[in-house]
Design a protein around this ligand. Structure first.
Ligand code: DOR
Ligand code: ZN
Ligand code: ZN
Length: 425
C-alpha cells in the first residue's frame, strides 16, 4: 500500500484547524504536523486545499437489492466518494425490504468491498407493512446499525412505543420518518400558495408536525433513543427543541434542500423538485437554519433517493426523492461557511462527528492511528451542478444548474485514493 504525504494542507477536525502535513501509511494516518520528513510513494500538494475527516451521511437509499436500475451499492458508494462521504447508513426500503438477517448479511458482505463504511438500517416492521415488529435482535446480530421504516411512518403511537421499547432492549437507535398519511391524502407538494396555484393536492405541514410530536412523546415515555428524519418545518424543529429540553434521548437531521430551497421551485412543474417531506416556505427555511445554528438539528444528511429519468418524467405521478451525495458538502459550505454562519469545525460536527455519535460509531479525526478516511476540498472553487456529470446512476438532483462555492477534489479511504475530481470540474 502506498505511503502518501499531503503537504501544506489546512486540516480541520474536532481537534484542530491548522495548516500542516499529513502522512498516510498502511491505511492509517501516521503523522500530522509541520514539515514532516518521510520516504513516500506519492506527495500531494495540498496548498489551497482543506482536509477533513470523511463525511458520514446517515440517510441514503442505495436501492440494493431490487431497484438497481436506480442505484446499487457500487454506484451509490461512487457518488458518496465524489461528495467526500466515506460512511453511510442505507435505508431499508429495498425490494424486498431489509427485514431479515440473511439479506442484511448478503448486502453488507458486498458493501464491504466498496471501500466506503456502509451501514444498513433494518426495518421496524416486517415488510415495511406497519403490522408486526421485525426481529430486532436477529437484525442486530446480522449487523444493522439502526432501525427505520423510512419512506413510511409507523401507523400508531402504540406501535411506535412498542418498537422503541424493543429497540432499546436490542441496543439500536430508531430513525423515524414522520408523516401522517391520513393528512397527506395523496398530496404531492407542500400545501400552500404554490399547490393552490398549480391546482395540485398539497401535503399539509401538520402531517410532519403531528407525527414528530407523537414519536418524541413516545421516546420521552420509553426513554429509548429516537432520531427524527429529514426535519423540514418550523413546527417539527420546535418539537425536537422541546423534547431535548425535556431530557429526551432524541436527535434529528435535515437535508441541504430544506435550508436552501422553497416550494416556489415547484412552479416549474418538474418532478425533480419533488421529495418527501416536500420543499416548504421561506419561514421554514429560516427555522431549519436556526435549528442548525442552535444545535437543535444534529446533522446534515442527504436522503439521497435516486429515481430514473423515466420515473421522474410525469410531474404528478413521479415517485418522491432527490439524489444528494455529490452536492451536500458544497451546498452546506455555500449556505453556512461562506456566509459566516458556521465554522468548518461546526460543519465537521454536523456532517461527520454527530452522525457517527448517533449511530454509536467511532468519531473520526485526523490524528495518528486513525483510519485514513478523509476528503480534500477546494473551499473557494465555484462549480455548477450538471446532472450528467454525477456518479450516481440517477440524476434527479434538485440543485441542477445551481452554482456552489466549495468542491471535493479528492477522497481517500483506508489510505487509498478512491476519488479524484476531473480537472475541468
Ligand atoms: O423523498 C423521499 N424518497 N422520501 C422518502 O421518505 C423515501 C424516499 C425514497 O425512498 O425514494
Ligand atoms: Zn423519509
Ligand atoms: Zn429517506
Amino acid at each position: 500500500m502506498e505511503t502518501v504525504l499531503i503537504r501544506n494542507v489546512r486540516a480541520v477536525d474536532s481537534l484542530r484547524d491548522a495548516v500542516c502535513d499529513i502522512l498516510i501509511r498502511d491505511g492509517k494516518i501516521a503523522a500530522i504536523g509541520e514539515d514532516i520528513a518521510a520516504e513516500t510513494d506519492r506527495e500531494i500538494d495540498g496548498t489551497g486545499l482543506t482536509a477533513m475527516p470523511g463525511l458520514f451521511d446517515m440517510h441514503v437509499h442505495f436501492r440494493d437489492p431490487g431497484q438497481t436500475h436506480k442505484e446499487d451499492v457500487n454506484t451509490g458508494t461512487a457518488a458518496a466518494l465524489a461528495g467526500g462521504v466515506t460512511g453511510v447508513l442505507c435505508m431499508p426500503n429495498t425490494t424486498p425490504p431489509m427485514d431479515n438477517p440473511e439479506q442484511v448479511r448478503e448486502f453488507l458482505a458486498r458493501a464491504a468491498k466498496t471501500g466506503v463504511d456502509v451501514h444498513q438500517a433494518g426495518t421496524l416492521t416486517v415488510g415495511l407493512k406497519g403490522e408486526t415488529l421485525a426481529d430486532y435482535k436477529a437484525l442486530k446480530e446480522a449487523g444493522v446499525t439502526a432501525l427505520s421504516d423510512d419512506g413510511k411512518p409507523v401507523p400508531t403511537a402504540e406501535m411506535m412505543e412498542k418498537a422503541l421499547a424493543k429497540a432499546k432492549e436490542a441496543g439500536l437507535p430508531v430513525v423515524s420518518h414522520c408523516e401522517d398519511l391520513a393528512i397527506i391524502d395523496g398530496g404531492i407538494i407542500n400545501k400552500g400558495a404554490v399547490s393552490e396555484a398549480l391546482g395540485v393536492k398539497g401535503m399539509d405541514r401538520r402531517s410532519e408536525d403531528s407525527i414528530t410530536e407523537r414519536d418524541l412523546q413516545a421516546a420521552l415515555k420509553t426513554g429509548a433513543q429516537l432520531h427524527i428524519c429529514h426535519v423540514s418545518t418550523r413546527g417539527s424543529t420546535d418539537a425536537v427543541r422541546k423534547a431535548k429540553a425535556a431530557g429526551g434521548n432524541v436527535t434529528c437531521e435535515t437535508a441541504p434542500h430544506y435550508f436552501l430551497l422553497t416550494d416556489e421551485l415547484l412552479r416549474k412543474r418538474d418532478a425533480d423538485y419533488r421529495m418527501n417531506p416536500p420543499l416548504r416556505t421561506p419561514d421554514d427555511v429560516e427555522a431549519i437554519k436556526e435549528g442548525i445554528l442552535d444545535g437543535t438539528i444534529d446533522c446534515i444528511i442527504t436522503d439521497h433517493a435516486p429515481h430514473s429519468a423515466a420515473e421522474k418524467a410525469n410531474f404528478e405521478t413521479a415517485p418522491n426523492g432527490v439524489v444528494g451525495l455529490e452536492t451536500s458538502l458544497a451546498a452546506t459550505l455555500t449556505a453556512f461557511y461562506h456566509t459566516g454562519l458556521l465554522t468548518l469545525q461546526d460543519i465537521v460536527r454536523l456532517m461527520s462527528d454527530n452522525p457517527r455519535k448517533i449511530l454509536h460509531l467511532p468519531v473520526r479525526t485526523l490524528s495518528p492511528g486513525e483510519p485514513a478516511d478523509l476528503l480534500l476540498a477546494d473551499l473557494n472553487r465555484k462549480w455548477t451542478v450538471d446532472p450528467d456529470k454525477l456518479h450516481s446512476r440517477s440524476h434527479n438532483t434538485v440543485f441542477k444548474g445551481m452554482t456552489f462555492t466549495g468542491n471535493v477534489r479528492m477522497t481517500l479511504t483506508g489510505g487509498i485514493i478512491r476519488y479524484t475530481a476531473a480537472p475541468e470540474n
